[in-house]
Write a protein of this length. Structure first.
Lengths: 113, 111
């Protein structure tokens, strides 16, 4: 069983479109995250949810909107896609907001043309 | 604010040779440190972590890391690398509510 799964794995779209990435974890964790990995492999946190509540919101454009329908799911919706949004997006989860290790999904490679 | 520095962007070692990947962190309180590995086209896998206690921690795949508070370092080591160890390695520090990653070290293995 995949612990943290993401769909789709690849996403190619044009500028101005709206797209969503889905994430699900079956670990029973309370906290979930979205990270962005740029072309230089730099990983930066975007959002964190704990028990469906937003707890971390880094300086991310308003075009990015996370949604957590339940503890096991955290989706990322992106409006009006721009070239600079091209990156690999990783979902992760952890037992809680404390000092727990995070488990990562396989990533979604988003290419905006 | 916390930060992590991985001084080596790219390291090449021969199969069977020993390996050490460097990591320096900056954090005002007791650090919680991690090493993750990312194989090509894959997500990140946790290799090991340091929370407290013994400063030499063992991880998966034969890796170990040593926490040295005086040097603010958490270097990753492996006595004998295998071709399958070729990947990107990330050191991370857990600070105020979030995990901060270094820029990664790409490991190439030559036969």
């Amino acid at each position: 069983d995949t612990a943290v799964s993401q769909t789709p794995k690849y996403l190619v779209t044009q500028m101005g479109n709206d797209k969503s990435i889905k994430c699900e974890q079956n670990l029973g964790h309370d906290t979930m995250y979205w990270y962005k990995q740029d072309s230089k492999k730099f990983l930066k946190i975007m959002f964190s949810y704990n028990n469906k509540e937003l707890i971390i919101n880094e300086t991310v454009p308003n075009r990015f909107s996370p949604k957590s329908p339940d503890k096991a799911h955290l989706n990322l919706h992106i409006n009006s896609l721009e070239l600079g949004d091209s990156a690999v997006y990783f979902c992760a989860s952890s037992r809680g907001t404390g000092y727990y290790e995070q488990y990562f999904g396989p990533g979604t490679r988003l290419t905006v043309t | 604010a916390q930060s992590v520095t991985q001084p080596d962007i790219h390291i090449t070692v021969s199969e069977g040779a020993s390996l050490e990947l460097r990591c320096n962190y900056s954090y005002g309180a007791t650090p919680y440190l991690f090493w993750y590995v990312q194989s090509p086209g894959q997500g990140l896998q946790l290799l090991l972590k340091y929370f407290s206690g013994d400063t030499l921690v063992q991880g998966i795949k034969g890796f170990e890391a040593e926490f040295k508070r005086s040097q603010s370092s958490f270097n990753l080591r492996k006595p004998s690398v295998h071709w399958s160890d070729a990947a990107e390695y990330f050191c991370a520090v857990r600070g105020n509510e979030k995990l901060t990653f270094g820029t990664g070290t790409r490991l190439t293995i030559i036969p």
